[in-house]
Design a protein around this ligand. Sequence first.
Ligand code: PGA
Length: 251
Amino acid sequence: MARTPRPLIAGNWKMNGSKADGLALAKGVADGVKQAGWTDREVLICPPATLIMAVAEAVRGSGVLVGGEDCHAKPSGAHTGDVSAEMLRDAGASHVIVGHSERRTDHGETDAMVRAKAEAAWRAGLMPIVCIGETLAEREAGRTLGVLETQLKGSVPAGATAAKLVVAYEPVWAIGTGKTPTTPEVAAAHAHIRKVLGGLVADAPAVRLLYGGSVKGSNAAELLAAGDVDGALVGGASLKAEEFLAIAKAA
Ligand code: PGA
């Protein structure tokens, strides 16, 4: 099976952005992407739920994709404060991040919950970006590859294919810290993820594997060049259009 690594550069805005800031940022990204005219890579921005509709409107026609940062597993109902995959889709999203480490930590999300959310994304016609990653303690104990394997097997639903799944490897200790694994460490993690995916997905070589954790303009080229890396999931550096576009350019 041939690898089809059309890179995906995804921005995760997290809990940031007023309407004014968010629209300015979205327009900045859209203008840059339009100007670049890339056909060999995809650029996605994931704003907070409050901004998805306005951001989707603002980037229309630019080629920039819009995603949610999380979704509930159910399509609707008595789940105060939650947002369903169907609602994200209705608001203009094509993708949704599930199982981000901040969701796993802040909201006690388990692999089973993440898996249900990924299935919800499919039900709504969204592409799930399933996040996995080890903590510092797990890495120091030499458990990284085992942790990734357990998370993958628990979080990726049966029936996944490359056309329906993106996986993001985000070491918890690298998120928002300015620390990153070395290029060989990233390559080793991604190679293992791809190997494990081989037992879960028929076309594992074609599944896009993103690296996330302190990606910025200055280290993007190196991280994106690591083996089995097909893009980036970017937090802090996605909040400045110029910096985020520099990462997209490096892809
Ligand atoms: P960071 O966040 O780029 O700010 O480290 C990445 C993420 O949490 O997706």
